[in-house]
Design a protein around this ligand. Sequence first.
Ligand code: FES
Length: 233
Amino acid sequence: MALVLEHEQIASSVFRLLVKDSGNPKPGQFYMLGASGEGMDPFLKRPLSVHDANGDEVEFVYQIVGRGTKMLSEIQTGEQPALEMFGPLGRGFEFADENSAFIGGGVGVVPLYYAIKEFKRNFGKKAVAYLGFSGETFLVDRFKAVCDEVIVNVGGYITDYVDREFVQYYTCGPDPMMEAVAKLLPDGAKGYVSLEKRMGCGVGACFACSVRVDGKMQRVCKDGPVFLAKEVF
Ligand code: FES
């Protein structure tokens, strides 16, 4: 049974969910979450990346994109037999002691917040967030609290604003945006992409999330979701 501490709508069809959990996830990892119970389909678990975590709490921000996330959005705070979740899962980001760019599009910005927090906690280097949205923005003030600089674009291409001087970057969002980032930065820059794919089991057993990485089929849930950018694009 999961204890839901907070659950609120923060933008149109975007929700923030805070759950008691002591799994100590790493930035870039995810959990499988779903609503179960009478009238609810237990097979509609969805992978949600970690937005923030501390000791005994983990926070998610997600967008309603289908039946599974719609049912999730109806979950109330308190002791919740209706919330099923397991994790943390997958491989997260690896950081380096370099000034770093964090580039997100839409709900792809979500895991970058925890990544920046942990990066800044471990290294003294600069973190710049580039956040792209197609319409309504969300989480921008949170990023401002942890970054050296935050650049926001609405309705355009956030990649147009990324400083080409960075040699270390992290990106999550639509595939075309991540591909554009990978091609834009100079040779020798090291980048990590966090892939978002539909998943079944979340633990490497069903191959529903397979993608070609560096010429081999890899499972986003188990071998990723974070991969080296040059191996994906
Ligand atoms: Fe089953 Fe990735 S979701 S192998």
